[in-house]
Design a protein around this ligand. Structure first.
Ligand code: TXA
Ligand code: MG
Length: 312
């Protein structure tokens, strides 16, 4: 079954049911060694999943849950290897989408919910996109409308093998937001310093960290703003280009219906990003060109997804 969350749609399975988890992995086409996030509706449930929780965990939970933050913590005994990928940690998140919360309350347990896309493809942000992804393979999609955040949750590792929280996957909750929340509560900021290390995550246990994740089928290039016009102009078959830019472009030969002018605000840009990529991908043109967003921190989650979408 697929469910809406505020980030992207997820494929839900009882995280204590091995058979359900195996079915989920098969449906996604995802290797079994890759861990999934357990979704919860209350802080009380955390003790069933995790041990040795730090003050930082509770501070961040209080500040950012329910919401688009996943925390990697030491797993409790009994948590299935199929959930953790055989590691001694588990990823926990409390989503804020009302439909997800209602479902979780009704269900009562922890729900494993990877993004509702085939392995390596763009995450869906509408119920329709989920249906298109899986067709008759998937029995039920709960339609909660378009996702508000639009890219997957920020993942922070608090599992303690190192003193500092580490960002494993950037998202719309920024390292600075975590830093401020921890500092305000008197955590020693000299030690608890949020390191933005997503680009040098050395481990393949975060599939989102594989270079070709989140990719459209169509080849996708990221182009810096100052080269955008020129790059398009120099392209021989401009009719076969699809473009996401920050401003209207007039280049002769460029098909206006292949051009999406994106929002300047990072939250609005993220909300529309995957839908925009899906639209342009469905046009089956020869190349998608995306204007590079600014280098500033608010764009880091978006830049991360675009870099992966465009890597060969
Ligand atoms: O926003 C989201 O997080 C969405 C919605 C549906 O909640 N879910 C999502 O799940 O993006 P998925 O499975 O597509 O990505 C989860 C990421 C993977 O990259 C996985 O490797 C990582 O979380 N992850 C889960 N448990 C982990 C663990 N114990 N250690 C390290 N990484 C972990
Ligand atoms: Mg995913």
């Amino acid at each position: 079954m697929a469910l809406p969350t505020e980030t992207v749609y997820g494929l839900g399975a009882d995280a204590t049911n091995l058979e359900a988890l195996q079915k989920l992995y098969r449906l996604k086409g995802r290797p079994q060694s890759h861990p999934v996030i357990v979704h919860l509706h209350s802080l009380e449930q955390v003790k069933d999943w995790a041990i040795e929780l730090s003050d930082s965990f509770y501070i961040l939970a209080e500040k950012f849950w329910p919401g688009p933050l996943t925390m990697i913590v030491k797993r409790a005994s009994g948590v299935l290897d199929a959930v953790t990928g055989g590691q001694d940690t588990v990823g926990l998140r409390m989503p804020s989408h009302p439909v997800a919360i209602d479902l979780l309350k009704e269900f009562g347990g922890g729900l494993a919910a990877p993004s509702a896309n085939k392995f390596g493809r763009i995450s869906p942000t509408t119920a329709l996109a989920v249906k298109e992804e899986f067709g008759s393979e998937l029995k039920m999609v709960l339609d909660g409308g378009a996702c508000d955040v639009g890219i997957e949750s920020t993942i922070v590792d608090l599992s303690g093998s190192h003193l500092e929280p580490r960002i494993l996957r950037p998202g719309m909750i920024l390292p600075h937001d975590l830093f401020v929340a921890l500092r305000k509560r008197g955590e020693n900021t000299a030690e608890i310093h949020v390191k933005e290390s997503a680009s040098d995550v050395e481990t393949p246990r975060v599939p989102g960290a594989l270079p070709s994740h989140y990719a459209p089928v169509t080849r996708t290039d990221l182009v810096p703003s100052h080269l955008l016009h020129k790059t398009i102009e120099q392209y021989a078959d401009r009719k076969s280009l699809a473009v996401i830019s920050f401003s209207a472009l007039s280049v002769e030969g460029l098909n206006a219906s292949n051009l999406i002018v994106a929002e300047q605000d990072p939250s609005a840009y993220a909300r529309a990003l995957y839908a925009n990529l899906r639209i342009l991908d469905s046009l089956k043109q020869s190349l998608i060109i995306v204007e590079e967003p600014p280098q500033t921190p608010e764009w880091s989650g978006i830049r991360d997804r675009l870099l992966r979408a465009s890597s060969k």
